[in-house]
Design a protein around this ligand. Structure first.
Ligand code: GLC
Length: 748
C-alpha cells in the first residue's frame, strides 16, 4: 500500500488555505486603493470646477489683488465672497515669531513661542527620510496651529561654497541626498493642510550680492546638481508652493524667469501650485506677468525690501499689472492662470474643510526635535575613545566657549525663531552628568546676533582668555564648545563668511588650551565647514549643528553614550578654502566679478571635486564615526547585466561587531571609469540607515534604477544613458568603499 505523503498534502493544503485567505484580502485592498484613487480624482475634479465657478465671479481688481501682498506676510482674499486671506510664515526650522503688518519688526505677541527644530543641515546629516517626515509633520502641525497657510521652507539650495551664509538652512552638497530628504519633509508639512514652499528657486548658492548676482552655469550642472531637489519636491513631494530666488540666471531674475519657471517648473515638471517671490525679488511687471510669477511679496516702493505703509498698490503685480490688463497688453488669461493656482492653494489649505487643527509645543514635537538633533550629530574624531564621557564618574570638566550657553535659535536671518524651550549645551550636560562638575568659561565672546552688521564683543578678550586657561589647567577634561553663531558673517542670511576659519580667536585659544591640558574634546556648533588647525592635537571632535530647542539634551545624549552617534556629513570639510571647487577658479567663480558669476566647476561640486581631483578633504561627505563597529560583507548585485529600464538590487550583510547598539548608513556611489564623457569618479545613488543591536547582523537591500545613471546631454538637451561597464562603490563615506561591484548596462 503506497504510503500517503502527508507532508506534501499538508503543504498543499496550507497553500490552498493561504490563497483562499490572502486572495480576497488582496482583491479587497486593490479595490480600496482604486476606490481611493477614484475619490481623489473626483475630489480634484470638484475642486477644479469650484475654481472655475469662483473665477467667473471675481472682478478684475479682485483677481489682481490676490496676486500681491496686502501686508508683510499675507495676501488678500475676497471678503464679499467669503474667500479667506492667505497667511504665510517663515521658516524651515520652525514657525517664526509674528511679524508686524507693515515692517520687519516683531509684533510682540505672547502666544507665538514654538518648538525650534534643528537646522536642515542637521536633518540632512541623519540620512533618515522617515525622520524627515516626522520633522515635517511636527513642524506642519505647529504652522497649522499658528494659523499659517504657507510655511516658507524647506530650502534646498546646493552647498557649493563653505562661505555661503545660509548653508545651515539647506540640505548639503549632494542632489540625491537633498532630494531624498526634502520629499518626506514636504509631505509631512502638507498633510496638515499647510503648504510647504520649497526655496530658493534657483541657483541662490551664496548671500553675497544675492539681490543681483547673475549666475551662469552649464545646462548639465543645472540639471544634474542644482535642480534635482526642486524637481523631486515638485514631482515626488507634490509641493504646493515654490519661492523664486533673488539672483539672476543668464540675465533674467529667477522670480520671473521664462526658462526656469515657464519651461522647466510649470512645463516639464507640470507644477500646478503657486510661485511666490522672495521678499523683494520682483523687478518688472511685464516679466512678472508673463514669466510665471503668481504672488509678489515684500517689494519696496523704493526698490528695496522696506515697504512704505500701504504701498501695496504700487507693487509690480498691482496697479501697473492692472493697467496692462485693461490696455490689453497682457491678456486676462495670464491673470486667470495665476488666480487658478492661488485658488488651488486655498482649496489645499485654508479652504480645505478636512484639514486638522494642528498642535504646538507638545512633548512629541520636542521628542522629534531631540531625535533629529542627536541622530544628526556627526562624530568626526574619537582618539582613545575620548567620547563618550562616563556619566557616573566624578570629574571636573572645563567647558570653554561661548556656544556652550549662547542661544542658537536666534539669529541667522529669516529662519530665526522664538523658541518656547531652548536647552543649552551646558545645561544639558549638567543635567545628564550629576556627579561631574562642569565649570564654564566663555573663553572668547562675540556681539549679539544683529541682522546685517557686526556688533562689538561685550567683554575683554584677554581676561576671558586668562580665565579659560586657568580653568583648563586644573580640569580633568576640557570640552571646547565653539563654532559659528548665526551672527552677521558667521552663518547668517544677507552675508557670506569671509574665510574658512573659526572666528573670535577660537583657534589661538584652543592651541593655548592644548598647552595646559591634553584632554580636549571639541564640539562644533555651526552650519558650515571650518578649518581645524588643531585637528591632530585634540582627542575628539563632534559636529553638533544648530540643534534647536533640545540642543543641550541631544548633545548630552551623545556625549554620555545614551545615543550612539550615527550622523554623516552632508557636505565636505575641505582642508583649506582653495581646495573647494567653487574657490578653485578665481573671483569669477566666487563671489563673481561685479554682477557676473560663473560656476566654472560645473558638475564637480563638493566630493565630486575632491574625489575626481584626488584632493584629500579634512573630512569627507558621508563620513561619521560611531561608538561601535560595523562589518559589511556578502555585497552583491542581483545580476551582472542590466537594461536601461532595470533596477539594480544590491544586497549585503551588515553586522554590529561592537558592544553598543548603533546605526550605520550604507551608501552606494556610482562611477564609470571608462566613460567617454567627463564624469565625477563617484556619485551618490542610494543609501540606507540600519539600526543594529550589539552582535546583531541583518541582510539588507538598496535598489537603484539604472535610469539614475543617466547624465544630462547638452547636445540633445535631454538625459542620456551611456552604455557599458559601471562600478558601484558600497561603503560608509564618499571616500570609503567596503567593496566595489562591476555591472554592465546596455542601452535597451
Ligand atoms: C528672506 C529670505 C526668505 C524668507 C523671506 C521672508 O529674504 O530670503 O528665505 O522666507 O525673505 O522672510
Amino acid at each position: 500500500m503506497k504510503r500517503i505523503d502527508h507532508t506534501r498534502w499538508l503543504s498543499g493544503f496550507r497553500m490552498l488555505l493561504a490563497v483562499l485567505i490572502v486572495c480576497p484580502l488582496f482583491v479587497r485592498s486593490q479595490r480600496a486603493q482604486s476606490e481611493k484613487q477614484e475619490s481623489n480624482l473626483r475630489q480634484m475634479k470638484e475642486i477644479e470646477a469650484s475654481i472655475e465657478d469662483i473665477l467667473g465671479q471675481l472682478t478684475l481688481e479682485e483677481k489682481v489683488a490676490m496676486c500681491h501682498a496686502q501686508s508683510k506676510f499675507s495676501t488678500p482674499g475676497v471678503a464679499r465672497l467669503g474667500i479667506p486671506e492667505i497667511w504665510m510664515s517663515d521658516g524651515p526650522h520652525g514657525v517664526r515669531g509674528e511679524i508686524n503688518w507693515d515692517n520687519w519688526g516683531y509684533a510682540g505677541w505672547t502666544n507665538d513661542s514654538i518648538t525650534a527644530f534643528p537646522a536642515l543641515t542637521c536633518l540632512a546629516a541623519t540620512f533618515n527620510p522617515a525622520l524627515s517626515h516626522a520633522y515635517g509633520s511636527s513642524l506642519g502641525e505647529e504652522a497649522r496651529y499658528r494659523k499659517k497657510d504657507v510655511l516658507l521652507g524647506p530650502g534646498v539650495n546646493i552647498y557649493r561654497t563653505p562661505l555661503n551664509g545660509r548653508n545651515f538652512e539647506y540640505m548639503g552638497e549632494d542632489p540625491f541626498l537633498a532630494s531624498e530628504m526634502v520629499v518626506p519633509y514636504i509631505k509631512g508639512v502638507q498633510q496638515n493642510g499647510v503648504a510647504a514652499c520649497v526655496k530658493h528657486f534657483a541657483l541662490n548658492n551664496q548671500e553675497k550680492w544675492r539681490n543681483y548676482v547673475d549666475v551662469k552655469v552649464s545646462d548639465r550642472a543645472l540639471h544634474e546638481i542644482y535642480l534635482p531637489a526642486f524637481k523631486a519636491a515638485v514631482e515626488k513631494g507634490n509641493v504646493w508652493a515654490v519661492m523664486g530666488s533673488y539672483n539672476k540666471f543668464r540675465g533674467q531674475y529667477c522670480s520671473h524667469h521664462e526658462f526656469l519657471i515657464n519651461t522647466i517648473l510649470k512645463g516639464d515638471w507640470a507644477f500646478d501650485g503657486v510661485v511666490i517671490t522672495d521678499w523683494g525679488s520682483a523687478h518688472d511687471t511685464r516679466e512678472a506677468a508673463l514669466y510665471g510669477l503668481d504672488m509678489e511679496m515684500g517689494t519696496g516702493t523704493d526698490g528695496l525690501t522696506t515697504t512704505l505703509t500701504n504701498a501695496y498698490d504700487n507693487y509690480y503685480l498691482a496697479n501697473p499689472f492692472l493697467e496692462m490688463l485693461k490696455s490689453g497688453e497682457v491678456p486676462e488669461e495670464v491673470l486667470d492662470d495665476k488666480v487658478r493656482r492661488i485658488l488651488r492653494l486655498m482649496f489645499r489649505t485654508n479652504m480645505n474643510p478636512d484639514r486638522g487643527m494642528g498642535r504646538m509645543n507638545n512633548q512629541e514635537h520636542l521628542d522629534v526635535a531631540r531625535k533629529v538633533a542627536s541622530e544628526g550629530m556627526v562624530l568626526l574624531k574619537n582618539q582613545g575613545r575620548f567620547f563618550p564621557l562616563d556619566p557616573d564618574k566624578e570629574m571636573t570638566v572645563a567647558v570653554i566657549g561661548e556656544n556652550a550657553t549662547r542661544s542658537m535659535t536666534q539669529g541667522g536671518g529669516s529662519s530665526e525663531l522664538k523658541a518656547r524651550v531652548e536647552v543649552s549645551p551646558l545645561e544639558g550636560l549638567r543635567q545628564r552628568f550629576p556627579k561631574a562638575t562642569f565649570l564654564h568659561s566663555l573663553g572668547y565672546s562675540s556681539g549679539p546676533s544683529v541682522y546685517g552688521r557686526v556688533e562689538p564683543a561685550p567683554y575683554d578678550a584677554d581676561s576671558l582668555r586668562q580665565e579659560a586657561l586657568a580653568m583648563a589647567s586644573k580640569a580633568d577634561k576640557v570640552l571646547f564648545i565653539g563654532g559659528l553663531n548665526k551672527s552677521h558673517l558667521q552663518d547668517c542670511e544677507g552675508g557670506d563668511r569671509e574665510n574658512l576659519r573659526l572666528p573670535f580667536g577660537q583657534d589661538n585659544l584652543l592651541s593655548e588650551i592644548l598647552k595646559v591640558n591634553k584632554n580636549v574634546g571639541v564640539v562644533l556648533i555651526s552650519g558650515n565647514a571650518v578649518r581645524m588647525p588643531w585637528v591632530d592635537e585634540v582627542q575628539g571632535i563632534l559636529q553638533a549643528w544648530y540643534a534647536g530647542s533640545m540642543a543641550g539634551h541631544a548633545l548630552a545624549d551623545i556625549l554620555s553614550g545614551d545615543v550612539n552617534p550615527s550622523g554623516k556629513l552632508p557636505f565636505t570639510f575641505p582642508e583649506t578654502l582653495v581646495e573647494n571647487a567653487a574657490h578653485s577658479f578665481g573671483e569669477a567663480s566666487y563671489p563673481g566679478i561685479k554682477k557676473d558669476q560663473e560656476y566654472k566647476e560645473g558638475i564637480f561640486v563638493g566630493y565630486r571635486w575632491h574625489e575626481t581631483q584626488k584632493i584629500k578633504p579634512l573630512f569627507p561627505f558621508g563620513f561619521g564615526l560611531s561608538y561601535t563597529d560595523f562589518k559589511v560583507s556578502q555585497v552583491k548585485t542581483n545580476a551582472e547585466k542590466y537594461g536601461s529600464n532595470d533596477t539594480v538590487t544590491i544586497s549585503f550583510k551588515i553586522e554590529n561587531t561592537g558592544v553598543r547598539a548603533g546605526a550605520e548608513v550604507v551608501q552606494v556611489y556610482m562611477g564609470k571609469p571608462d566613460s567617454k564623457i567627463a564624469r565625477p569618479t563617484r556619485e551618490l545613488k542610494g543609501f540606507q540607515k540600519l539600526d543594529l543591536k550589539p552582535g546583531e547582523s541583518q541582510t539588507a537591500e538598496i535598489r537603484i534604477p539604472v535610469s539614475s545613471f543617466r547624465y544630462y546631454n547638452e547636445d540633445i538637451s535631454d538625459w542620456a544613458l551611456e552604455p557599458g561597464d559601471y562600478s558601484l562603490y558600497v561603503g560608509n563615506a564618499s571616500d570609503h568603499a567596503y567593496s566595489t561591484l562591476e555591472i554592465a548596462v546596455s542601452r535597451d
